[in-house]
Write a protein that binds this ligand. Structure first.
Ligand code: ABL
Length: 466
């Protein structure tokens, strides 16, 4: 009650417990991980965001901003019960300055709405992930890979400036020139330092011509390691910047899927060396424009704001890897064909081709952000969805063993885990190491500077070092 009084004294709306708004705002994307907040504040202004932070701090509650609610670990709800959640999704104004091509974007904006607005206001875009309901904030503050990243980098590469409300309630602006330490920390580990109120984003001209495609890979146990080797050589040395793709595999089939920024004829030329070497065949290729390609991968309506709800019950893990050849490739493939293929539950993996000589992710300066895995070639995501009931313990073990087997020959410095494809089996110490790699100590010191009392705590947040 003291919390509600504090928030209402600051004219900040709060969801009534049990109301339709509460149900919507407390519903995580991952139904496996539901948590109950102590209260859900629903600000509609920067001042109200600041007041909510101050109320939480004064009354001793952990404070957690929530944008799209898509965190695989339900970190938008705090990743545990009892947090004061600041629901940001009522704040989704996107304003493009058509002189400078810089967009000012409120922090509760979902990716599909951002894309639709940038396009409508001036034929502009940024690079980001495919799911239109994902909120910009978790995505952009911890990486932001998508099917335009090979051409245009991670979502965080487009951030020019950020307005952040800090644990002490103050509002600061950070950029490369202003509070550069905070800017560096926000871009890779932003959930640890404050609540973003808005972003200034650089943009690029939306490509006129985009071709989305699917190519089938005829994989068997005896050729899988060789196909992965050919794919790795292609990704490293041949894959042109315009091509964006991932491997998508289920127990029944394996395919390449992606988007080429250009014509179908040029896509065919670009893919030919890889398909020739692997015996793959182009099954579908469709020319469209930028929005058409986003709509294709969105699988649902692109322009998402509030109200919005999407839920799946799932367990997932990820690996950021430099290579899938040699022993790592062999161990991965053996488990895939000997164990994974025989499972009856629904699972898939996505092997995102993040890097390579021509990749914009690799061309960007790694020192400009705290995203720790720019040196990795792949982001591998294992995803297992319960079609009825819950994920059984055998399902958890099936994935845990796949990751353990794949990484068994690798030193800890050679791989990582992507924060936006989090692994809920990791304890806090290991999780920090895996998410933030060699940037960890510097980030922990920054945590000590900006949030020493851990107001923005969650189960795998940075330990402050002072
Ligand atoms: C991601 O990061 C991927 O880019 C999406 O393709 C993926 O979407 C989501 N996350 C998963 O949370 C999934 C859909 O949610 C599934 O319903 C679908 O089966 C799958 O893609 C494969 O197309």
């Amino acid at each position: 009650a003291a919390l509600e009084e504090c928030l209402s004294a600051a004219s900040t709306a709060v969801d009534a417990v049990g109301s339709d708004d509460w149900k919507l705002d407390a519903a995580p994307f991952n139904e496996r991980l539901t948590y109950t907040p102590i209260a859900i504040a629903v600000p509609t202004s920067v001042e109200q965001i600041q007041s909510a932070i101050s109320c939480g701090a004064k009354l001793g509650y952990k404070v957690t901003p929530k944008c799209g609610g898509h965190s695989y670990a339900s970190l938008g709800l705090g990743g545990e019960d009892g947090h004061l959640v600041i629901e940001l999704d009522r704040m989704h104004t996107v304003k493009l300055d058509t002189e400078t091509n810089i967009a000012t974007v409120e922090s509760g904006t979902r990716l599909g709405h951002l894309a639709a607005e940038l396009f409508a206001q001036g034929n502009r875009a940024i690079s980001h992930g495919t799911c239109p309901g994902v909120g910009i904030s978790g995505h952009i503050l911890h990486g932001g890979y998508g099917l335009s990243s090979h051409t245009r980098g991670l979502a965080l590469d487009w951030v020019k400036g950020i307005n952040v409300a800090l644990a002490n309630g103050s509002l600061v602006h950070c950029s490369e020139d202003e509070n550069p330490d905070l800017f560096w920390g926000m871009l890779g580990a932003g959930s640890n330092f404050g609540v973003v109120t808005s972003y200034e984003l650089n943009t690029f001209e939306a490509p006129a011509n985009v071709t989305w495609f699917i190519a089938m890979l005829p994989l068997k146990k005896d050729n899988a390691a060789a196909v992965l080797e050919a794919l790795e050589d292609y990704t490293l040395n041949v894959m042109p910047a315009e091509l964006n793709m991932r491997v998508f595999a289920t127990s029944r089939y394996t395919q390449l899927e992606g988007a080429y920024q250009g014509s179908k004829a040029d896509l065919e030329t670009a893919l030919a060396p890889l398909l020739n070497k692997t015996g793959g065949t182009l099954a579908q290729a469709q020319e469209t424009d930028w929005i058409g390609s986003l709509e294709h991968f969105a699988t649902t309506k692109l322009n998402q704001t509030h109200p919005y709800k999407q839920q799946e019950n799932f367990y997932s893990k990820s690996l950021e890897l430099k290579s899938l050849t040699g022993l790592v490739g062999k161990n991965f493939v053996d488990y895939w064909f000997d164990v994974a293929k025989n499972q009856t539950m629904f699972w898939y993996f996505q092997l995102d081709l993040q890097g390579g000589t021509n990749s914009a992710v690799w061309k960007a300066d790694p020192a400009k952000s705290s995203y720790a895995h720019r040196d990795k070639l792949y982001i591998l995501q294992l995803y297992q969805r319960a079609t009825t009931g819950a994920i059984p313990p055998e399902g958890i073990k099936f994935f845990d063993d796949w990751v353990a087997k794949t990484t068994t020959s690798l030193p800890l410095t050679e791989w990582g885990v992507y924060f936006n494809y989090p692994d809920t089996s990791l304890n806090r110490t290991i999780a920090q190491r895996m998410y933030w790699g060699e940037n960890l100590l510097k980030l922990q010191k920054l945590k000590g500077k900006y949030d020493p009392k851990e107001l923005f705590y969650y189960p795998v947040s940075l330990n402050p070092v002072v």
